[in-house]
Design a binder for this molecule. Structure first.
Ligand SMILES: [Zn+2]
Length: 335
């Protein structure tokens, strides 16, 4: 059996994929600068090879690509706010260092490449005005946000409603992070010669070992403190549990074609509902604090069409209650 290389396999999503592949009995190599925590449930001799390092090191890259048939790319910088503060480091980390990897993949007999991307490449995505039809609004203006007009407005003055973005729809990323991911997608699409490329555009992912916003919500609630929400708390996202992301990655290895896929349930829920679910499932009872403040780089409604994914892979995504319950088990140490 040839190995599956998970680049960034110690991170939040990467380590969940590593554990999932491990449970499936795959032979795995992980390249990451952060130590790998091996999966708890060890029912067989572990066949995980860990290479400590990153893509900048030729030697480490060579070492990690030994006898590899599949490469899953889950490395690179994340964090939208940080990308605005230090854009160049995002381009460097997410694009330039991949040049070497692309070259090596083409030199070796790699069959499948999975590239983790993001629904943020759509920017605000697709909307509809009941009078004027389909619209692709850009980022909301500061003036609009100062007036607490959270929803997008059509030129005619009416509020727009969100439609699911399809993979082929226009991309209007408005943060360096999202732009770097879109470049990364195109860079691989242009550069891969033999291997199949599956590009996965992730929605809002939460679950054990999470970082960033979702961790903040769980930490606050578990501390019995109401989390603070921007805007009116009614901004929507497709909340997906990280294990479902791992399942999609595993299934995508069998696709053997070049394809870009939105990943998710295809259903968005308000942020307030996500937080209320954490509150209820952890047997607390308080409401989140609605601050009315905003971050200019936030997307109001993130909704992706997942028909293409559903036609290719059969994944039963966890609903919010299940996903939150499982995440809480992790925090309580009972998973
Ligand atoms: Zn209109």
């Amino acid at each position: 059996m040839r190995r599956k290389l998970v680049i960034g396999g110690s991170g939040f999503i990467g380590s969940t994929i590593t554990s999932y592949l491990y449970d499936k009995g795959e032979e795995i190599t992980v390249l990451d600068k952060k130590e790998l925590e091996l999966p708890k449930r060890r029912n067989r001799a572990a066949d995980i090879r860990f290479v400590k390092g990153n893509l900048k090191s030729d030697r480490k890259l060579e070492e990690s690509l030994e006898n590899v048939s599949d490469v899953l790319i889950h490395s690179g910088k994340t964090g939208i706010g940080r990308s605005i503060e230090e854009p160049y480091s995002f381009y460097e980390s997410n694009i330039f260092v991949l040049k070497k990897l692309l070259k090596k993949i083409n030199e070796r007999n790699v069959e499948n490449v999975i590239l983790a991307s993001t629904a943020r490449v759509y920017g605000e995505g697709k909307y509809e005005c009941c009078d004027c039809g389909v619209k692709y609004p850009g980022k909301r203006t500061k003036k609009q946000l100062d007036n607490k007009q959270w929803e997008h407005l059509c030129g005619c003055g009416k509020e727009l409603s969100a439609l699911p973005s399809q993979e082929k729809d226009p991309k209007k990323p408005f943060t360096p992070y999202a732009r770097s991911k879109l470049f990364q997608e195109r860079f691989f699409q242009d550069g891969l010669t033999e291997a199949n490329l599956v590009t996965l555009r992730y929605p809002f992912v939460y679950g054990p070992k999470q970082k960033g916003a979702s961790k903040y919500f769980f930490d606050k609630v578990l501390n019995s403190e109401p989390p603070k929400l921007f805007e009116d708390g009614m901004q929507t996202k497709d909340f997906v549990h990280v294990e479902d992301i791992a399942k999609v990655n595993y299934a995508a290895l069998d696709l053997k074609e070049n394809v870009v896929l939105n990943v998710g349930k295809g259903r968005s829920e308000p942020l307030k509902q996500f937080v209320n679910t954490i509150v209820q499932e952890s047997e607390n009872s308080f409401d989140p604090k609605i601050t009315g403040k905003y971050q200019e780089h936030d997307v109001r409604n993130s909704l992706q069409d997942v028909n293409k994914l559903e036609n290719l892979v059969n994944i039963d995504f966890k609903n919010l209650d299940e996903g939150v319950q499982e995440t809480l088990k992790f925090y309580r140490g009972t998973d």
